[in-house]
Design a protein around this ligand. Structure first.
Ligand code: SAH
Length: 261
């Protein structure tokens, strides 16, 4: 069989700089390219992503994954972008991060690549996705990353995971209040939950606030943005965990989705 060579990802150094005030190093770019290759190969065995062109992959998987944590990057810690999160977020050096419903590893894997100092857990309920991620982590030699097979509803009730993470991220898993019920119980009091969203309306804020009142969270910032190449709408929702989540949340498997808060 003739192997197709993986197309080269664009570098986009200026775009990185202009949008999130950061640039990948040569070795990080190399890891991004390796990740791209691993995903394209994995896509032959299972349906991992429809986003396979080099520009698309760069924008919708790499750039988008890092947009959400842009305010936490060291370069932005003095509010260059007008964010005021880092000082309040009090991130420890070896912060524990969980990506809930990570799928093929987004946003968790790009975050792990640029943050070797953070400990990343990739959670998904699909065994095949976790098997893929285990291989990807080994090939990328990411010592800071591990996988967890399970449902967010169950993991959120396990003492070794509940209120155990400094930051939790979630992209493309469900409507905002469902995401909130999955994510908030896993975040430490004082920590940060980040929802990666597309369009966002005032009504979403109201619904989310009502769910958060039961989960111990408070919206800190709703940051609108546009993807740099195709100008897609994005909103990153930053939620501070201010008090413990009520013990009954997350509810039993399937309930958050069937009866959203
Ligand atoms: N976050 C990725 C994948 C989104 S697809 C991205 O943005 O590209 C949604 C993923 O969430 C699927 O892989 C699915 O298996 C997982 N998922 C859905 N509900 C879940 C739950 N309750 N607990 C854990 N994983 C879940």
């Amino acid at each position: 069989m003739i192997e197709m060579e993986t197309p080269k990802l664009p570098e986009m150094l200026e775009v990185w700089q202009d949008t999130i005030n950061w640039q990948p190093s040569k070795s990080q770019q190399q890891k991004f390219q390796e990740l791209y290759e691993i995903i394209l190969i994995g896509n032959r065995q299972q349906n991992l992503t429809r986003i396979t062109g080099p520009q698309d992959f760069w924008e919708k998987h790499l750039w988008d994954s890092l947009l959400g944590i842009a305010p936490l990057l060291e370069a932005n810690s003095n509010n260059i972008l007008g964010y005021n999160l880092p000082k309040n977020a009090n991130l420890p050096k070896n912060a524990k991060i969980i990506d809930i419903g990570t799928g093929a590893g987004f946003p968790g894997l790009p975050i792990a690549i640029i943050h070797p100092d953070w400990n990343i857990t990739l959670l998904d309920s699909t065994r095949k996705k976790i098997a893929f991620l285990d291989k990807a982590i080994a090939e990328l030699q990411l010592q800071n990353t591990r996988t967890l097979l399970g449902r967010a509803e169950a993991v959120g009730q396990q003492s070794q995971h509940r209120e155990n993470y400094d930051i939790a991220v979630i992209r493309a898993v469900g409507q905002p209040s469902v995401c909130a019920e999955y994510i908030l119980p896993l975040v430490k009091v004082g920590g940060l939950a980040i929802l990666y969203r597309g369009h966002w309306e005032e009504e979403n804020t109201l619904n989310l606030e009502s769910a958060l009142s039961k989960l111990g969270g408070k919206i800190k910032l709703i940051q609108p943005g546009k993807t740099p190449l195709s100008k897609g709408i994005r909103h990153c929702i930053y939620i501070h965990k201010i008090t413990p989540s009520q013990p009954k949340y997350p509810r039993a498997i399937g309930i958050p989705h069937q009866q959203p808060l």
